[in-house]
Design a protein around this ligand. Sequence first.
Ligand code: SAH
Ligand code: SF4
Ligand code: F3S
Length: 481
Amino acid sequence: MSQNIELEKFDKMEEAPNSEPDRQYYFIAKAKKLTEELEKQLQRKPTYCVTTFGCQMNARDSEKLTGILELAGYEAAEEETADFVIYNTCTVRDNANQRVYGRLGNLNSMKKKNPHKKIALCGCMMQEPSVIEKIQKSYSFVDLIFGTHNIYKFPELLVTMLTQEDMIIDIWKDTDRIVEDLPVERKYAFKSGINIMFGCNNFCSYCIVPYVRGRERSRNPKDIVREIEGLVSEGVVEIMLLGQNVNSYGKNLEEPMTFAELLREIEKIEGLKRIRFMTSHPKDLSDELIQVMKESKKICRHLHLPLQSGSTKILKAMNRVYTKESYLELADKLRKEIPDLSITTDIIVGFPGETREDVDETIDVVRKVQYDNAFTFIYSKRTGTPAAAMENQVSEEEVKENFDRLLKVVQETARERVKLLEGQAAEALVEEINEQDGTFVTGRLSNNTLVHFKGEASLIGKLVPVRLKECKGFYYLGEMI
Ligand code: SAH
Ligand code: SF4
Ligand code: F3S
């Protein structure tokens, strides 16, 4: 992993190179010198803590930040008392923003006690000008702010932060660049997320992601395959291909390629055991993809297929470009073609103009599709999105009542679905020692369901056969066979 990268070559350079990623390696070498000085002062290695909010994309970005910090000589700490704290933020719903503001207050008191403490903020929230204004005004103790488009420039920003006192703000509006080959420190040794594309062009009317993550850009398939091969050689057996809408992968490449074609290429990688991906937009899910999934030995039996609403009227206002009927048809086709597939979803309650009848339509879809799991969200108004300007916002009481009605059905149907496997044998990838009972391990089935069974740490990262003995609602108790 990142530790194997030789920094000596960059150490000797007198000036920063202009080409990437070399330029950033040059700054990592410089940062390393600075942390060595700090280490002498502190009589211990300076520590870091990266706190991640939001989705898998952010989790992957945090692994990149961590990889850079490790190479620059920082040591990982669990706690935010560390010498350097980074918040990688999310802004998809307002409560994500509020959590960040709430926690920043605590960091300030810690900073008063530790004169070496540095605080950085990055991620989606930082792409909103109003957020930057607020931080400058009310949280002036923050040392560094950068956005989603220039995350690869973190080493350079880190060096600036370590050599000056003022708050550094570097936010780009958009980018068409993809910088490959920066160090990454993975959270798990045996599984990894991989970006296959960045940004989003869909502009669902409620969603802020296209504004903070920029236009859709696909990575070159050769770079993706090379990265996965590298991961496999380090012991990774399961990968999760990441994109806001993986089904539109490859459209903007010089030599266009479909997502299904990319999957065929990845399937060929020897030693790779499992392939997952998210997220699939229903409007772009092709028959070709269903076919590839059906024939694949490696693609997991799980599809996250966000519904958002079951009412065609609301879907139109959301700019989702499918109808209740077309979604149901698609789900039906998936169930017929791949019977052991688990389907999960995201649903928003309280979109402007949503009535009780609209929610009834959503509940109807939940009953018909029988999701294995569904994430239900209360609509959050995001300034700058078309939906925020819609007049007919729904009252809080109405939203609450509809949300509870929906949740009840979601839970009932998910329980029924998950229970279907009771008594069967399946293969689980062991992920960790069970948190509650150290004599148990937790594994994940191909369809994403968790199973807990007696086992020890040596099983972590291995695929093992288990009997699913008892369904406990949303997970299983099992035993190794
Ligand atoms: N690209 C993915 C979703 C990314 S955001 C997709 O298209 O499905 C993850 C989820 O957050 C969305 O599926 C949606 O259900 C929810 N979400 C997005 N914006 C929201 C908002 N303004 N209020 C509430 N939930 C929202
Ligand atoms: Fe947001 Fe829609 Fe893009 Fe998903 S597809 S990130 S919901 S705009
Ligand atoms: Fe949040 Fe950004 Fe992901 S807004 S959901 S962290 S893309």
